[in-house]
Ligand binder design. Structure first.
Ligand code: ACO
Length: 211
């Protein structure tokens, strides 16, 4: 009997629960700071808040952070790992991951996604439904590749960047840290840190200095 704890009782958490049960976990329990006001996440119980998780009042065999915000997900994952909790990676059984790629701890790889050969994915990354990350890509910690996004070969993505739903990134493009790529964008040039880009081809909508 293998029990998975998920921190973050959200819709995204439910997707992780579903993938976990399909990939061999027997039971899922949630933790969320909205507990005890909130007691269920869909069909799954919320059994405590972050403090209860850290105290391990209920036993569990693995833990993963189910929070969509890249910064918070990464920070919480690193905190759990520092405290020696058994942070795991969840991979949906329909995902295809090259044995010659690397996936960091606390990452989640969802249904029908593909991670190709010689690609490296950092800690607490999220490879969402039906996205593809082709050969020789480097994804830093806390990155989110949204559903249906496609990265060609040799793309680099900096820490905590968000690659929006249905976007496409040309081969060998470097995307900085804390970047937001808009839904449906086509990125054909390098993108500096901390900007939001959108459109075809993608242009800067907003930067840290001016929105
Ligand atoms: C399982 C899941 O649900 S995973 C979640 C997946 N979701 C995503 O990937 C969402 C990605 N987010 C987006 O695309 C957002 O629209 C962003 C981040 C690009 C911009 O959001 P905001 O900063 O709130 O911008 P806002 O909505 O105010 O729009 C500003 C302008 O940009 C335009 N714009 C916004 N998004 C896009 C886009 N994706 N492509 C082209 N233009 C866009 C708007 O039409 C608007 O133009 P206007 O000034 O001429 O009216």
């Amino acid at each position: 009997m293998r029990r998975l704890a998920i921190l973050g009782a959200s819709g995204h958490g439910k997707v992780i629960a579903d993938a976990a049960l399909l990939s061999g976990w027997d039971e899922v329990i949630f933790y969320d700071d909205a507990w005890p006001e909130k007691e269920m996440n869909g069909r799954w119980p919320i059994v405590g808040n972050t403090a209860a998780l850290l105290m391990r009042i209920l036993p569990f065999d693995g833990v993963v952070v189910g929070i969509g915000n890249n910064k918070i997900r990464l920070e919480k994952t690193q905190q759990l790992a520092l405290l020696d909790l058994p942070v795991v990676t969840i991979v949906h059984p329909s995902a295809v991951i090259s044995p010659f790629s690397m996936i960091g701890y606390g990452s989640v790889v969802l249904a029908n996604s593909v991670v190709q050969v010689d690609t490296s994915v950092g800690v607490a990354a999220l490879i969402n439904t039906s996205s593809t990350v082709d050969h020789d890509c480097v994804l830093a910690d806390g990155v989110h590749i949204c559903p249906g996004a496609h990265l060609a070969g040799g793309v680099h993505v900096g820490e905590k960047s968000w690659i929006g739903i249905g976007s496409s990134i040309k081969q060998l493009v470097n995307i900085g840290a804390n970047v937001m790529i808009g839904a449906g964008a086509v990125v054909v040039t390098d993108i500096v840190d901390s900007v939001t880009v959108a459109g075809v081809p993608a242009r800067i909508l907003c930067s840290e200095k001016k929105c």
